[in-house]
Design a protein around this ligand. Sequence first.
Ligand code: DQA
Length: 146
Amino acid sequence: MAKILVLNGPNLNLLGRREPEHYGYRTLAEIMEDLDRFAGACGHELSWVQENSEGVLVDAIHTAANEGVDYMIFNPAAYTHTSVALRDAMLAVRIPFVEVHLTATSAREPFRQVSYFSDIALGVITGFRGESYTLALQAIINIIEP
Ligand code: DQA
């Protein structure tokens, strides 16, 4: 059994009513519920966190390491494009992670095409709305059980 943490950055608490033409109509809780069910059915323990502040996200990454999290699914949201602090935290704890985005960031505004995480992630999944998380979990499960 692996411990998997899903870490969500700013404004993702507004999923369902935030720019639904980009992010869809499902709430974060609904997406996480399905993901939790999928992880449980595969015998893994999933937990999830959403925070709006950069420092609190850094603390959550440190806590994940102290609690023995094996893998992370990380949607840094807007911090994807700005945060050296979160990148450094991920490098410090060395927890392998998949970077996810609901939208196809490479097809959006130029500033969204920069990621501080893609080069240190196991892989990156973008553009499938809530399904991006499911695909990330499937990828992690494939690594655990080749
Ligand atoms: C996002 C993409 C980011 O550019 C944006 O700031 C978000 C959400 C996504 O999941 O598509 O808040 O990470």
